[in-house]
Design a protein around this ligand. Structure first.
Ligand SMILES: Cc1ncc(COP(=O)(O)O)c(C=O)c1O
Length: 407
């Protein structure tokens, strides 16, 4: 008898921290839609348009010219330089030594958390929130406390006093996402100032997820101009580059590059050697030809992003108007991102509601509870598509409500 004929030890499990992670409820709703023909999907955070041609062409050219090798852990020098200029223009002087290229925003969040938190550390996050920000620190064994935005007449608002109270001196890191997914809430400059000062006092790291910074719909300095501001208020506008602030960003939203997996981090220069080690052990580098395409996006993409934001603002307003006309729906136009997070009849059990809507009328929206218990009572609708499709979705929502006798 060989040793391999002995009984196999008990069935293996993943670590407790991993088993305790919450599975995606958006995925659960999508699974309920399998087998339903003709689903209108508004549940994921991406546009239905492809990446602009000038970026795809840059990737093709890079690929054709042999950009197929590993790169520096922190990204190719021309992309780091291009990003440093881009960030400097938007948020003040930033050198390439403060910039690292990552494999999109989600990897940037993981790297930022790996740099700063470990087992037993206390992390605070403002919710409702895209689940990755809450779950990532838990993978590392950290303990996450949440502070909820409130919903009222003026839409989603932060009680900054409540946040400061949660940011106790033993807190290691604040994870904050503005413009926010799912609510579209945008943190005000004054609140950023207050929170930064408090975190400085207590040595708390701020990880600012600003992947939606360009999807911002407030008017520029003079509202009469009709021009929108180029970017939402950023912690980078206030923070020194060499303090405990790590800013996470992505090519996914401003240049419609979700499938490319390219992002970046702005962080203190002193962290970069350690960050390079983490990149090495996670992904080694972002794909070489994708990084070349990133240069085209940041250097030639301003006009595209400007027009994208105008289109998104028009879609937002169109959907707010259409949903406001549906009895029982309470919706407000948020200042940023690309979602409406609204209440409607049945949303007190949002997961069940969203599964029923996809099964019965092929309407695919995300349940509020996917974004934490504070999101229960709401549903999230991504409006990054043309208005005809939005209208078709609203018709389905009305049909669903009529069928259930709620309108
Ligand atoms: C708040 C937030 N942060 C980060 C990301 C990461 O996006 P990506 O990994 O595509 O850059 C997303 C994606 O939807 C998001 O909503």
């Amino acid at each position: 008898m060989s040793e391999l004929d002995l009984p196999v030890p008990s069935i293996p499990n993943a670590r407790d921290a991993v088993r305790a992670l919450r599975p995606s409820q958006i995925r659960e709703v999508a699974n309920a839609g399998f087998g339903v023909d003709d689903v209108l999907p508004f549940w994921f955070g991406e546009s239905d348009r492809v990446t602009p041609a000038f970026i795809r062409d840059a990737a093709s050219t890079a690929l054709a010219s042999g950009a197929t090798f590993y790169t520096h852990n922190l990204g190719i020098a021309p992309l780091r330089a291009a990003l440093a200029s881009y960030v400097s223009e938007l948020h003040g002087a930033t050198s390439p030594d403060h910039v690292a290229v990552t494999s999109a925003g989600v990897n940037a969040l993981m790297l930022a958390a790996q740099l700063v938190v470990g087992a037993g550390d206390r992390v605070v996050a403002v919710t409702p929130l895209w689940p990755n920000l809450v779950e990532i620190p838990k993978i590392l064994g950290a303990h996450v406390e949440t502070v909820a935005l409130g919903y009222g007449e003026r839409g989603w608002q932060l009680d900054v006093g409540q946040l400061l109270a949660a940011l106790t001196p033993d807190t290691k890191m604040l994870m904050i996402n503005s413009p926010n997914n799912p609510t579209g809430w945008v943190m005000s400059r004054d609140d950023q100032r207050t929170v930064l000062a408090h975190c400085r006092r207590h040595g708390i790291w701020i990880v600012a997820d600003e992947v939606y910074e360009r999807l911002y719909y407030a008017d520029a300095d003079s509202p009469a101009s009709g021009a929108h501001a180029r970017t939402a208020p950023s912690f980078l506008d206030l923070a020194a580059r060499d303090e405990r602030v790590i800013c996470v960003n992505s090519f996914s939203k401003a240049w419609l590059m979700t499938g490319w997996r390219l992002g970046w981090i702005v962080a203190p220069a002193v962290l970069m050697d350690d960050l390079a080690k983490l990149v090495e052990y996670n992904t080694s580098c972002a794909p070489s030809f994708v990084q070349q395409a990133g240069i085209a996006a940041v250097q030639q993409g301003e006009r595209f992003t400007h027009e994208l934001v105008l289109d998104l603002r028009a879609s937002r307003d169109h959907l707010v108007r259409a949903l406001s006309a549906v009895p029982g729906v309470d919706v407000k136009a948020p200042l940023g991102a690309m979602y409406l997070f609204f209440s409607m009849p049945g949303a007190a059990h949002s997961l069940e509601l969203c599964k029923a809507m996809v099964r019965e009328v092929g309407l695919g929206v995300a349940p509020g509870s996917a974004f934490g218990p504070q999101g229960e009572g709401f549903v999230r609708w991504c409006y990054a598509c043309d208005t005809a499709r939005l209208d078709a979705g609203v018709e389905r929502l009305k049909r669903f409500l009529a069928r259930h006798g709620t309108v």
